[in-house]
Design a protein around this ligand. Sequence first.
Ligand SMILES: [Fe+2]
Ligand SMILES: [Fe+2]
Length: 318
Amino acid sequence: MKSPMVKELKEGQALRGALFAVAQAEVRQARNGEPFMYLRLSDRTNAVDARQFERAELPGGVAPGEVVRVTGSYSSGYGIRIDHVERYTGQVNFEDFLPPCPKDSVQLGQELKRVLATIEDPWLSKLLAKFMADAWEDFQKWPGAVEVHHAYVGGLLEHTLSVVRLLDTYATLYGVNRDLLLVGGVFHDVGKLDELACKATVLYTDAGNLFGHTYLGAQRLERYATHVEGFPEALQAQLCHMVLSHHGNLEWGAVVTPMTLEAFLLHIADYTDTRAHRYGAIAEAQREKGLTFGQRDRYLETRVYSPRQQTNGEMPQP
Ligand SMILES: [Fe+2]
Ligand SMILES: [Fe+2]
């Protein structure tokens, strides 16, 4: 295992050839007009800012997704002050750099397959078979995001399974087309396979930046459907609509707003899981730091309260 990890960095610690993944690399301008190099460095434990002053260009190979060796020092207010940085070309253990799935991803995969085996519609079953043959290998290890939620190996699978489980419950409550609902759930974020590149860090691809995963997902879905001879157009349109509208409204990246009950329920399930996950992650990070409240979170649009211990029904005193 590499050492030190970002999370272990201590005030004033000297770094001699420490390994980090590059999440971001650019030359910026200081207030005095002088150029400086800014890097966002990461590993599986966290990410940290790093700077080298009076540096007008990036060293060769120091680019997002690469691993670098850093010599310099760390301070908690500033991050890493770099004396020297170079691309690392030796053997890399990717598990050092990408956070692992907190759950057993093999079990998650089996659980999703078990639910999908209950799909009765023959067209949707054939579509799923195409998807499995083409993308299952990548899908089960893909991260769910660059940051915000499920930003770790297997995050896409974990999120997709949670969404599908929620949808399965909704299907019994609201009398909708269960097969359509669940398959829409499976495909809703499939565009992330094209939106994100999974190297030593998780990055947006050019297509990801230009089109986003809703459009890319609809495109993938269309590709699979054309490989199922005779796939009904109306069914394809409904599924595509679910993928394109799953973010709920245009400000959140939906191409259109949900116009069917299935599309609406998919949006709500996606919303529930992404938000619930973020509440949990923030509360845990705060607890680790001994904080009951942190900064206002821009995604949740609120501060998160993490009680120091179970209150057994007692309210904190005003
Ligand atoms: Fe999404
Ligand atoms: Fe999602």
